[in-house]
Design a binder for this molecule. Structure first.
Ligand code: SF4
Length: 210
């Protein structure tokens, strides 16, 4: 589907007014570069997406969006799904970097190598790594996948690079909120010198009985 490219001026005239109004409140634009993810976090809303779900926008659409939104936003956050699964990640990022004139925030689960991000360091303001536990069993319980050494390698690579990074931990009541879990995350942050932010304390209804 290519609704933006098929009639961009008509589309833009329809969305520009609400966008302008919203932009007064929300100054950071969030761009989803792929709906797909290599994790299966039980709390993820997924929005009906599967690994096979095709992106609705192509590069031309993103390029059009980037140039249409020039001046409306102070920052751009690149997200997914898992952004590193998108072959267009760097091209899309360049489009928004060039058009909006600001560096980008990137959110990733860091399961894939981040070398491509480091090679394009000039595009990125900060990388946010979502890591909900440093314990393999807890990580697996939350994400449905194994904890990979690649995540820790990526943190080391970013620390040595010119790109600031931070770790975001989604607190899930009864899963990763024990003293051991919190202390392990704080020790990890202290050891790596990477800032740590705890997000949303969630009630864990869906895992009752596990
Ligand atoms: S890493 Fe993020 S996008 Fe992927 S399944 Fe977990 S919450 Fe969803």
């Amino acid at each position: 589907m290519n609704f933006l490219a098929s009639n961009p001026s008509s589309y833009y005239s329809q969305i520009s007014k609400p966008l302008l109004t919203r932009s007064l409140l929300c100054k950071v634009l969030r761009i989803i570069v792929t709906p797909n993810c290599n994790n299966k976090c039980f709390y993820c809303h997924n929005e009906g997406m599967t690994q096979e779900t095709q992106s609705l926008l192509n590069l031309r659409d993103y390029h059009f969006l980037a140039h249409s939104l020039t001046g409306f936003f102070d920052g751009v956050a690149i997200a997914g799904g898992e952004p590193l699964l998108s072959n267009d990640l760097i091209s899309v990022s360049k489009s928004f970097f060039d058009a909006l004139g600001c560096k980008l925030y990137l959110t990733t689960n860091a399961r894939l190598p981040l070398d491509i991000i480091v090679r394009n360091a000039e595009l990125f303001q900060r990388v946010h790594i979502t890591l909900n536990s440093v314990y393999a069993s807890t990580y697996s319980l939350i994400t449905g996948k194994c904890l990979k050494d690649q995540i820790f390698t990526n943190v080391d690579i970013l620390v040595r690079s010119a790109i600031p990074c931070m770790v975001n931990t989604v607190l899930i009541n009864g899963i990763n909120t024990t003293e051991n879990e919190i202390k392990a995350m704080m020790d990890f942050s202290k050891r790596t010198k990477v800032p740590l932010e705890f997000l949303h304390l969630q009630q864990c209804e869906s895992l009752k009985g596990i």
